[in-house]
Ligand binder design. Structure first.
Ligand code: SF4
Length: 315
């Protein structure tokens, strides 16, 4: 797979673009995820023409439509940043991004819970950075996250799973449009979708089953929306345990009674959060090889992102 293109707040890459001339280098993003990703850096404040260093800014007024104002001299930068951002998100369409990682708490780049100050100078953490809001409105289905939230193992796994899946879907979009390609993609991703949402699993199954009755464009569009919606929903030990048992059903007749007992035990220990997901997955991968299960070998659920990222190693 070629590298996944992701937008990122420039300061997270270690560039000295912050108001104080500093940066916010995040080593997981550069050194670990960076091995699989090509970053497209965006610093809204510098790219809209503000200098480094510059006066610090914050959001003021109505949390739903705040103004971006410098803190000391009260210069209103809203129009300047909004005009630049509207043009820039249109330019970013060419980049074919699979997601964006924003710098948390920034009045320009923060994705959520950014401080917005009222006329008395009291903050409420209800704002969205000015550029981040325009970006997310323009690309509503793209996976987005903040560097701070990516330190949470569950959120990290969810985000990485989404960007890798979107990349695989973009590869389908790069081929000639055909119902067969959508069906093939769905067949490989079925259990991954089930691990996020049984409701989407059913709806998407029905959509693919009646693929012949739909115009191709509509099929692609509906499938893509449902895919991104489903993966946005978090997995849980209960949902994963359900998928693991589903997987076991494919070779339960071939397993010896000892193997069955051991696998059920491991799944149960995972469900109770004593062991990480990688343990039952590794055991199932072993049986998939041992009992030669071609359908399961192609299931992305067993291998949705590089093992080296260790995203399924947490409890
Ligand atoms: S948070 Fe955004 S605007 Fe601020 S320095 Fe980083 S990239 Fe630039």
């Amino acid at each position: 797979m070629e590298k996944i293109k992701l937008g990122i707040s420039t300061c997270l890459l270690g560039e000295n673009v912050r108001y104080d001339g500093g940066h916010k280098l995040d080593r997981f993003l550069t050194d670990t995820l960076g091995q699989y990703v090509e970053y497209v850096p965006v610093c809204p404040e510098v790219e809209c023409g503000l200098p480094i260093p510059r006066e610090a800014m914050h959001l003021e007024g109505d949390p739903d439509s705040p103004r971006l104002v410098t803190i000391r001299t009260k210069q209103d930068m809203t129009d300047r940043l909004v005009q630049w951002a509207r043009k820039h998100v249109a330019d970013l369409e060419k980049e074919d991004l699979c997601g964006f990682i924003f710098k948390s708490d920034s009045p320009s780049s923060g994705m959520e819970r950014v401080k917005v100050y009222n006329e008395k100078g009291m903050p409420v953490k209800k704002g969205v950075g000015m550029f981040a809001k325009i970006f997310m409105d323009h690309f509503p289905l793209l996976p987005v996250e903040e560097e701070g939230r990516l330190h949470d193992p569950g959120l990290r796994e969810n985000f990485v799973e989404r960007i890798f899946t979107l990349k695989r879907w973009r590869e389908v979009l790069g081929k000639k449009e055909s119902r067969g390609n959508v069906v093939d993609f769905h067949t490989r991703h079925k259990l991954l979708i089930l691990s996020h949402s049984s409701k989407h699993y059913q709806i998407m199954g029905k959509l693919v089953a009646k693929a012949k009755d739909l115009p191709l464009k509509e099929l692609y569009q509906k499938y893509q929306t449902l895919l991104m919606e489903s993966l946005y929903l978090k997995t849980s030990p209960k949902k994963n345990a359900n998928v693991l048992q589903h997987l076991m059903g494919y070779f339960k007749d071939q397993l010896s009674s000892d193997e069955k007992k051991e696998l059920l035990e491991v799944i149960d220990h995972y469900r109770q959060e004593y062991i990480p997901l990688i343990v039952p997955i590794t055991l199932i991968q072993h049986y998939v090889r041992k009992y030669d299960q071609p359908y399961l070998k192609q299931q992305v659920y067993l291998n949705p992102h590089p093992l080296e990222l260790q995203l399924r190693n947490h409890v």
